[in-house]
Design a binder for this molecule. Structure first.
Ligand code: ADP
Ligand code: MG
Length: 237
């Protein structure tokens, strides 16, 4: 498998302080990779720089073989990169269907709205009966799933998901995880930022540990117990 995303020595400065310091990573086609690290370690900053919402002062972002470092976010979106932020992710006064529609309209429209909707409803079957419900009436977990569904409406190649578990009850986290796992094998590449190590271990094959803007280690998740122990010692030891 070739790398769909390659980040090389990326550095991002926010208000004079280096939030991301020389980060390099890659995500292959169809691969789910997690970045774990405590609050303030630079995960969101890194995802925003990959999306093109923040300008790095060093390093490169290579997507599908092309250097996209100078491209604005909307052009990266057109190439197939989508970011699911961890907050303010849906339009609360619009119905689920309307949320999905605006998201489809903003995308490349490679398939009809109906086709995209069917593809997304296979991942989130519960939405079918609730398409006319206003997004503001959904629970926190349902809203998070809607945000992911909206991103999927544009048939992205790389999904950047920021803290899918944050602020959710354990039950809601389980529901979000279940739907995200059903994406496995769809060919979609996912880069996930998570404070919750259990979530990262359940969703990804490879984990990057980030602290103070730097990647400390990178591990395959073949032995979750060993990986979990190692990561705990790196982060909190
Ligand atoms: P994480 O997502 O891992 O919690 P962030 O990327 O949000 O980390 O933050 C990385 C660092 O950048 C932190 O030190 C944080 O305080 C700082 N930071 C985040 N957002 C801003 C901002 N808008 N302006 C200045 N500093 C910020
Ligand atoms: Mg964050």
């Amino acid at each position: 498998m070739s790398a769909l995303l390659r980040v090389e020595g990326l550095t991002v400065t926010l208000n004079g302080s280096r939030a991301v310091r020389g980060v390099s990573l890659s995500v292959r086609e169809g691969e789910v990779v997690s970045i774990v690290g405590p609050n303030g370690s630079g995960k969101s900053t890194l995802l925003m720089a990959i999306m093109g919402l923040l300008r790095p002062d060093g390093g490169r972002v290579i997507f599908n073989g092309s250097d996209v470092t100078a491209l604005p976010a909307n052009e990266r979106a057109r190439l197939g990169i989508r970011l699911v932020p961890s907050e303010r992710e849906v339009f609360p006064l619009m119905t689920l269907r309307e949320n999905l529609l605006v998201s489809w309209e903003a995308g490349p429209r490679k398939e009809s709205f109906g086709e995209a909707l069917e593809r997304v409803l296979e991942v989130f079957p519960w939405m079918r009966q609730r398409l006319r419900v206003k997004a503001g009436n959904l629970s926190g977990g349902e809203r998070r799933m809607l945000a992911i569904a909206m991103a999927l409406m544009s048939s992205p190649r790389l999904l950047l998901v920021d803290e899918p578990s944050s602020g959710l009850s354990p039950r809601a986290v389980a529901a979000v995880l279940g739907s995200m796992r059903s994406l496995e094998g769809s060919g979609l590449s996912v880069l996930l930022a998570e404070q919750n190590l259990e979530v990262a271990l359940k969703l990804s094959r490879r984990i990057l540990v980030m602290r103070s803007g730097e990647v400390l280690a990178e591990r395959e998740v073949s032995d979750p117990v060993a990986v979990s122990a190692l990561i705990r010692s790196l982060l909190w030891g």
